[in-house]
Design a protein around this ligand. Structure first.
Ligand SMILES: [Zn+2]
Length: 396
């Protein structure tokens, strides 16, 4: 096939069968237990026991995050590799099928569901990579392999993970779109913002003048607030509106759920502040009572091209004949939280396409390239990497 598949003795059929087996296991966020058991069993076969944390109990799910610590064959700093176990909906009774698309062999969902390649492609490639390394007695550094839960619910699993268990100074999350070779070096911070207006209820026909219509006040405020793209780094959105009680009651409340994102924390802070003050001023001017609630969903992450974590992924890609690309993304991932915990971490593109839709698919050759890339990363780390603290590399 392609050069990278010949570089290492990857068992392609086992990789594809394993991926199909994985996507057939339901693991919608909060219900990852069967998939956790499956992964535990696969690592058991290789002689590694996992440790599950209490994130499941804390989040009301049926599984926690699952961590495997492979001691490695050499004295090197550990390397963290991570992927998430949960999927979005519709994700029950997924059945995958092989098909052809534009001259490429692909795996897609045979039914009206997502494929679940987000993130089971990452998990399947990671498992095959570990199998190849162990079976072929390749040298490898200590590995910390972390499978998280409820990533799709706002990175909830990783947010409930105890990082004191991790010794790795650098890590990789296998969970980005983009072809294999894509290294996400920049991701935004995001605020979840809720705007609430309290008005006064009154009968809409008999005494509307005694009421204060929260929906109308909200409308006036929204009309004055920026929305959409603010600058190349920064966006905001109003996503949900709800309020009022009935057609014939002057609406006593209204609520809008929105968000703001930026690659730059100071721009996010400035925009959030500006949105809040316009909203507050407009609501008060129109006789309502304003309330604004802001929650930081995840912090920004920025890696420098010359940093070890980026260089390692870059060299590893070149080593297997895959062209590396450094990219910036518009969303957070488990890597955002891992970076915030002080571990320099890049999210890697694994070729998943049209994720979160029933048209989701992945090319078989990308699944193989992912596996080769992960093996190559582990082999590069085995050759040694020097960890240095780069003050310019941290903007957290
Ligand atoms: Zn994902």
């Amino acid at each position: 096939m392609m050069s990278y598949s010949e570089k290492y003795p990857i068992r392609q059929e086992r990789l594809i069968d394993g991926f199909l087996e994985m996507i057939a296991i339901d693991s919608v966020s909060g219900h990852e237990a069967s998939y956790r058991d499956y992964l535990q069993a696969r690592f058991d076969e290789l002689g590694f026991a996992g440790v599950e944390d209490d994130a499941g109990q804390r989040l009301g799910g049926d599984s926690g995050n699952l961590l495997f610590k492979l001691p490695g064959t050499m004295n090197r700093p550990p390397l963290l590799l991570s992927a998430h176990m949960d999927t979005v909906v519709p994700g029950h009774n997924i059945k995958g099928e092989l098909a052809q698309l534009d001259g490429h062999q692909i795996i897609r969902s045979a039914g009206p569901t997502i494929l679940g390649g987000d993130d089971k492609a990452g998990v399947a490639a990671l498992l095959e990579a570990i199998r190849v390394i162990i079976e072929n007695r390749m040298d490898y550094p200590p590995l910390e392999i972390l499978f998280t839960v409820s990533e799709e619910q706002g990175l909830l699993g990783i947010k409930n993970f105890d990082f004191s268990q991790i010794g790795a100074p650098i890590g990789f999350v296998l969970d980005s779109g983009g072809d294999p070779g894509t290294i996400v070096v920049q991701s935004p911070c995001q605020n979840e913002i809720e705007y609430r207006v309290r008005g006064i209820a009154a009968h809409a026909g008999m005494n509307p003048e005694e009421g204060r219509n929260a929906i109308q006040i909200m409308g006036r405020a929204l009309a004055k607030m920026p929305c959409g793209r603010i600058d190349p780094d920064t966006t905001c959105n109003f996503g949900v509106i709800e309020g009022g009680l009935a057609r014939n009651i002057v609406a006593p409340f209204c609520r809008v759920k929105g968000e703001a994102r930026s690659l730059d924390r100071s721009k996010l802070d400035k925009l959030t502040e500006e949105l809040g003050s316009i909203f507050t001023a407009e609501v008060i001017a129109n006789g309502g009572e304003p309330e604004v609630e802001v929650v930081l969903l995840y912090p920004e992450a920025a890696l420098q091209a010359e940093e070890e974590v980026v260089q390692l992924a870059l060299r590893a890609a070149e080593n297997i004949g895959v062209a590396p690309r450094l990219e910036s993304t518009g969303g957070g991932s488990d890597a955002s939280i891992i970076n915030d915990a002080g571990i320099r971490c890049a999210n890697l593109g694994i070729g998943m396409k049209k994720v979160h839709t029933i048209d989701e698919y992945i090319r078989v050759e990308d699944l193989i390239a992912d596996t080769a890339w992960i093996i190559s990363i582990i082999r590069q780390a085995a050759d040694g990497y020097t960890w240095r603290l780069d003050p310019a590399g941290s903007s957290l």
